[in-house]
Design a protein around this ligand. Structure first.
Ligand code: TYD
Length: 132
């Protein structure tokens, strides 16, 4: 359920020449199989609007900020991502919507599997029924 969705702190190597953050295998509780990112996001855009049956994802605002709305059958939780050293761990079976992207926002997603359309639930009613 959404109560188990956590923001993890990504270790940072501070340096006057610029900071460096590392997502190593021990930070995320799954084997990383894919990395993708959203960029050039027009203001007012809305992304997500689906759940995954098996996929786990680790979502980071590499630049700028945005909000993630998380839903289970009963509850809604809203998380603001606004730092490249914070990552939201989204477990399977959670509905997510991404909105309120700042200008220049970049959303990095580290995922536990390759892209599989059959893993998506894109209909909210189907999502609610799937979790019964
Ligand atoms: P989708 O996951 O629905 O985007 P978002 O959740 O960010 O709104 O994906 C949008 C489109 O891109 C959809 O047609 C599937 C395709 N896609 C791929 O081909 N490979 C991928 O790894 C991802 C994430 C999406």
């Amino acid at each position: 359920c959404v109560d188990n969705i956590k923001v993890l702190i990504i270790p940072k190597i501070k340096d006057p020449r610029g900071n460096l953050a590392v997502i190593e295998k021990d930070i995320v509780p799954f084997k990383i199989k894919r990395v993708y990112y959203l960029f050039d996001i027009p203001s007012g855009s809305y992304r997500g609007g689906h759940a995954h049956k098996e996929l786990s994802q680790f979502v980071i605002a590499l630049s700028g900020s945005f909000e993630v709305v998380l839903k289970d059958r009963e509850k809604t939780k809203r998380v603001i991502l606004n730092s490249p050293t914070k990552g939201l761990l989204i477990t399977p079976g959670i509905w997510r919507e991404l909105e309120n992207f700042s200008s220049g926002a970049v959303c990095l997603v580290v995922a536990s599997d390759i892209y599989k359309e059959e893993d998506y639930i894109r209909d909210f009613k189907e999502f609610v029924d799937y979790n019964k």
